[in-house]
Design a protein around this ligand. Structure first.
Ligand code: ADP
Ligand code: ZN
Length: 721
């Protein structure tokens, strides 16, 4: 090649052509460094016939600066990047960025210098230095990473290095990862498990695209079953990607994997240090890393030998990314398997309606595991009618639930209380004048977090100390907390059972894989009696001594009901119920509700998931909602309310008249203000057969709006806020 079309890592730029200097060899997929004005930028060589660029004569082309010594991105990955960009209406460079997710990985050096505490206390111990050393603890990382973790400037860290309290360590970046051993400790599978595993193993052996829905009740051994497919991929020298919905689940997964395969897999998530990220990226790109477990961002990495993807807890909506490229990792994963030609397993006890429907029409192969492994039985679920069995005034736990908690504690077993609300109380108001504390940047209440003594906005992160006076009427000590969050339930539990050891588990307390591991360790060691947690504890965990689950407010998930509210509510309660009775002792689940006859609750109590799903599916079919129709959200935002409204109207007026498509709105979004930006929404509803992306591209492409206005399109939206 003497000319190369290059896709640079800048979403604002289109592809550009460059001259390939003499002696440099590149091909489509090569990762290169290119000049851009006075700067340099990384990019990837692309096929000329797949991306249009402004035509420039040979003599005016600037030469490429460097071709990195890394394997080129393979053609199927380039097709996946194009597909994702087209389908989600996202700049292709933004998608490419997710593949080249470690800038430092491109640099060929083999070691990096990191820093860690020596344990020595410096002679001059300023408050800043003390804070830094305390927060750094056992942590290791670049100066910048330690400074960030400690909340101090780089200078403080450097000062501590000079004072001998922090030392430099050389970290080798290219050390290979140990290879998991397919035959290290295989379990003895039960009959149904064995049959399921056999089907998956055969598919890995055949090496062709087959999508599976591995649909097994909680505790049925889905992980053990798909591990057999992982083992087969390993025997064939292929790479495997396991996607998890939450980084908090990574650590327990690594341990479990190591018990089965002798070594941990390679982890990929946002909590990695730069050097870990770099090492993982290079090992993945060269095919050395065989099994990768990660959050959704692991999906676009350049695995050269991928032979299997598993999406665990595939129904989880956290696989949908809500900022940047708004893609759904489950759906893109299926596309990747298709383009590269290998099987994919979507594992879930409560599959999404979209996924069930694909199985129903025979596109996905449906494998069922109807029973729990071994002697474990599914827990008995009962509804607690809050009208008939009300909690005392100012409390939230019904007498029946309290009694069950007492019995569970008396037996030395563990209990879990689930409430999907972080903090102490969702609303604070002045009892004197009725003033409510709202976020200055968002249409949202400030949520009291008593453990850290502040009010916080869960949308933008704005925080303030809890005020002594009402800012409106200046009355003192007049503020009251309204409604419960997990912290308040924690207080109630402590008042009822002062001896019980409790733990609050939310993203505030479990903010890193290490914290999650610590929690799991304490649960397993029996150091916790009652867990009070948000959705973070509903998935994946296996605690054999946990026998009681209480759902504090089963009606919460149905509020503000969007398309998936009932389904999500069902999944969440079924999943949290699935944490009970996973060992030899039977489990019990008590679901507090004001409406025990609601369909969701009735289905959970009767255990009749099928008829609930069938009814939901029929309702979607009748309304032509996904998966029977398509939706796309268009969000218009600006710091200027009038400008946002004006642009939204302009877009509304510009809506093309297309058969099988309707446009609703614009209307102010339910979250009418977010991070100081006013928001308007439109919703596009179309038939499945319509290429709605094409229509939207055309439609928005013809319009122009002021610079401060942002217009984002959310294809297959999960959030309607
Ligand atoms: P699921 O993912 O379906 O909820 P798991 O794979 O976590 O279920 O299995 C539940 C528990 O049962 C785990 O502790 C697992 O190790 C154990 N288990 C499942 N199948 C087997 C088996 N065939 N042999 C030994 N232990 C098993
Ligand atoms: Zn806010």
């Amino acid at each position: 090649m003497t000319r190369a079309r290059v896709l640079l890592l800048n979403p604002a730029l289109g592809p550009l052509d460059y001259r390939v200097p003499h002696g440099m060899a590149v091909e489509p997929g090569s990762i290169v460094l290119a000049p851009l004005g006075p700067r340099q930028m990384t990019g990837v060589v692309w096929e000329e016939d797949r991306l249009e660029a402004e035509s420039v004569g040979d003599n005016r082309l600037r030469p490429l600066l460097q071709a990195y010594d890394l394997p080129p991105l393979e053609a199927p990955l380039r097709r996946l990047i194009e597909w994702t960009s087209d389908y989600y209406l996202a700049p292709i460079a933004s998608v490419l960025r997710m593949a080249l997710a470690s800038a430092s990985a491109l640099d060929g050096s083999r070691t990096v210098t990191e820093y860690r505490a020596t344990g020595l206390v410096p002679e001059r111990l300023t408050p800043q230095r003390a804070q830094a050393l305390e927060r750094i603890g056992e942590r290791q990382g670049l100066v910048r990473e330690l400074a960030l973790a400690a909340g101090v400037s780089d200078g403080v860290i450097r000062g501590l290095v000079k004072a001998g309290a922090i030392e430099a360590v050389d970290v080798a970046l290219d050390d290979p990862f140990p290879l998991p051993d397919a035959d290290h400790a295989p379990p003895e599978l039960e009959l149904a498990q064995g049959a399921a595993a056999h089907e998956l193993v055969e598919a890995v052996r055949a090496g062709a695209f087959v999508p599976f829905l591995l649909d097994g009740v909680t505790g049925s051994g889905k992980t053990e079953v798909y591990f057999e497919a992982v083992a087969e991929a390993l025997r064939r020298g292929r790479q495997v990607l396991v996607l998890l919905p939450e980084i908090a689940l990574t650590e327990p997964f690594l341990k479990r994997f190591a018990a089965r395969f002798g070594h941990e897999p390679v982890a990929w998530h946002s909590g990695l240090r730069q050097s870990q990220r770099r090492r993982a990226w290079r090992a993945i790109a060269t095919g050395q890393a065989k099994v990768v477990v990660g959050a959704r961002s692991a999906l676009f990495l350049p695995y050269p030998e991928l032979g299997l993807i598993v999406v665990d807890e595939a129904h989880e909506t956290s696989f949908k990314q809500e900022d940047g490229v708004q893609y759904h990792a489950r759906d893109v994963a299926v596309m990747r398997a298709k383009l590269e030609g290998f099987p994919i397993v979507l594992a879930s006890a409560t599959p999404a309606i979209e996924t069930r429907q694909m199985a129903e029409i025979g596109v996905y192969r449906h494998i069922r595991l109807p029973d729990r492994y071994g002697a474990a039985e599914l827990p008995e679920i009962a509804a607690l009618d809050l009208l008939a069995d009300p909690p005392p005034r100012g409390a939230w736990l019904a007498p029946t639930l309290v009694k069950s908690l007492a019995e569970t504690l008396a037996r030395g077993e563990q209990a879990l209380l689930f409430l999907n609300r972080r903090g102490y109380a969702p609303l604070t108001l002045c009892r004197h004048c009725g003033h409510r504390f709202q976020c200055p940047n968002c249409t949202a209440w400030m949520v009291e977090h008593r453990l850290v003594h502040r009010l916080a906005c869960h949308h933008c992160g704005h925080v303030m100390p809890p005020p002594r006076l009402c800012p409106e009427c200046e009355e003192e000590d007049s503020l009251v907390a309204v409604g419960p969050g997990v912290e308040r339930i924690g207080d109630e539990v402590k008042a009822l059972f002062p001896e019980a050891r409790t733990a609050i588990v939310t993203s505030d307390t479990i903010w890193s894989p290490a914290k999650a591991a610590e929690f799991v360790g304490r649960m397993e060691a029996g150091e916790i009696d009652i867990v009070i947690g948000t959705q973070l504890v509903t998935k994946g965990y296996h605690f054999p001594n946990l026998t009681l689950v209480g759902v504090v407010d089963a009606d919460l998930g149905l509020q503000g009901g969007d398309l998936r509210a009932a389904e999500r509510s069902f999944q969440q309660i079924a999943q949290v119920a699935g944490r009970a009775g996973r060992g030899e002792k039977p489990g019990r689940v008590l679901v507090q509700t004001h409406d025990p006859d609601a369909r969701v609750i009735a289905a959970l109590v009767s255990g009749d998931a099928e008829s609930f799903y069938d009814a939901e599916t029929e309702a979607r079919r009748e309304a032509a909602m996904p998966p029977f129709g398509r939706l796309a959200g268009i969000v218009v935002s600006s710091e200027d309310a009038a400008e946002a409204a004006e642009t939204a109207r302009l877009i509304g007026r510009g809506a093309p008249k297309v058969e099988n498509m309707a446009v609703f709105g614009p209307a102010p979004a339910p979250l009418a203000m977010l991070r100081g930006r006013h928001r308007q929404r439109l919703l596009v509803h179309a038939a499945r057969s319509l290429d709605v992306q094409d229509v939207i591209r055309d439609w928005l492409g013809k319009l122009a709006w002021p610079r401060g206005v942002r217009v984002t399109v959310d294809v297959d939206p999960y959030s309607f806020l």
